[in-house]
Design a protein around this ligand. Structure first.
Ligand SMILES: *Cc1c(COP(=O)(O)O)cnc(C)c1O
Length: 375
């Protein structure tokens, strides 16, 4: 057997870009070039002046177009990323009781945040086995259904639909799904995400596409006597967003790279283009794994198999961690599995920035490594 340290993947097999991480994820060269080109007039200028405010406006208008938002929907943003938004939603989106679909590391976290809130009833939590997703069940006492478009820890995606007969708001954690998966905006009230995944920017910001019903909920709770820290106050975020600002200072580079990515999507056909790229990558990855005698898709139900995050199991005699390590030595990085899942697995991002041809090259490189490890 070759020692892992001696294996050299032939250069012609390697992906042109080696970034396959689930987030922060590949930022395209064109986004970095655009930031450099604007660098001296944009970076280091006030976020309360037009140069930056217009960029925030570009992001908000661009998202409205990308998601084809119906009249009355608003784009909110603030600092702190998705994890911060969970706390903000706990204060200003859940009226009394929420229902959470919990099917992995990320989808369980919002539920914990709500469960800890002394002013809310205990949330309903519906779980399913890892590698699958549960279904929401309409209940008259539920005023917010918490769904997750793509569970990044397991590579399970779910179609976003209002639960039959439900009257509560539908809030969707779309952190890794937004921009890479198709969605019908009439099926959600709040679709929230952060820019370091399909939007190929940096972390630390949250964005939320809110229906008129979600905006009304925010206004009602903000006017109630529920004490809310200003940082988690969605009414403050709403008022600032309407002015193309954030409550406190944002990262300007993050906003710039985010705007470039949204423009790239919109100029090429919108979600059809961006989700189409992820769909092509997924087709390549899963057909390779299905045909392989040492690798197979972890998610059994084809409908639930994510088009943005692929989780691939390896048979016992093939050590996925060793493969990831050899790939990393060649500049092909972040294919390691989600640490807490504990499987003999690789996790591969297929966000729109990632070229489908690079997914094909990655599969060829893995074939080469597995062959070399066996010889
Ligand atoms: C990455 C991710 C998060 C966490 O986002 P942060 O911006 O780091 O807080 C939450 N939910 C999902 C589904 C994610 O993929």
């Amino acid at each position: 057997m070759s020692s892992a340290n001696d294996i050299v993947i032939p250069a012609h097999l390697l992906p042109r870009d080696g970034r396959f991480g689930a987030g922060p994820s590949k930022v395209r060269q064109a986004q970095l070039d655009a930031l450099m080109a604007d660098g001296l007039t944009y970076m280091g200028t006030s976020h309360r002046q037009d140069t930056v405010k217009n960029k925030v406006g570009e992001v908000r208008d661009g998202l409205r177009a990308l998601f084809n938002l119906p009249d009355g929907y608003e784009v909110l943003l603030g600092n702190g990323g998705t994890t911060c938004f969970w706390d903000a939603a706990t204060f200003h989106l859940v009226a009394q009781q929420s229902q959470h679909l919990s099917f992995g590391e990320f989808s369980s976290k919002f539920a914990s945040s709500v469960a800890d809130a002394p002013f809310l009833n205990d949330p309903q939590i519906i779980k399913s086995d890892v590698g699958t997703h549960p279904r929401a069940v309409a209940d008259d006492s539920v005023d917010l259904y918490a769904l997750t478009h793509n569970e990044t820890s397991t590579g399970v995606m779910m179609e976003i639909r209002r639960p039959d007969g439900a009257s509560g708001l539908v809030a969707v954690d779309a952190t890794s799904g937004a921009g890479g998966l198709r969605v019908d905006p009439t099926q959600f009230d709040c679709y929230y995400f952060a820019p370091q995944k399909s939007f190929a920017s940096d972390g630390g910001l949250w964005l939320a596409l809110c229906s008129p019903a979600a905006v009304e909920r925010i206004e009602t709770l903000a006017a109630s006597d529920r004490w809310t820290p200003a940082f988690f106050d969605l009414k403050i975020a709403l008022d600032n967003s309407r002015l193309n600002q954030t409550y406190n200072t944002p990262s300007l580079a993050t906003i710039h790279m985010l705007a470039s990515q949204i423009n790239w999507f919109n100029e090429n056909g919108g979600l059809d283009f961006s989700a189409g790229r992820s769909e092509r990558s997924a087709e390549i990855l899963y057909s390779w794994a299905d045909a392989s005698d040492f690798a197979s898709p972890f998610v059994q139900n084809v409908e639930e198999r994510s088009k943005v995050i692929g989780t691939i199991d390896f048979i016992d005699g093939v050590d996925a961690a060793a493969i990831a390590k050899i790939l990393r030595r060649h500049g092909v990085v972040d294919t390691e599995p989600y640490r807490k899942l504990g499987r003999n697995q690789l996790r591969i991002a297929m966000f729109p920035s990632i070229d489908p041809e690079d997914i094909a090259s990655l599969c060829a490189s893995i074939n080469y490594v597995v062959g070399a490890l066996a010889n």
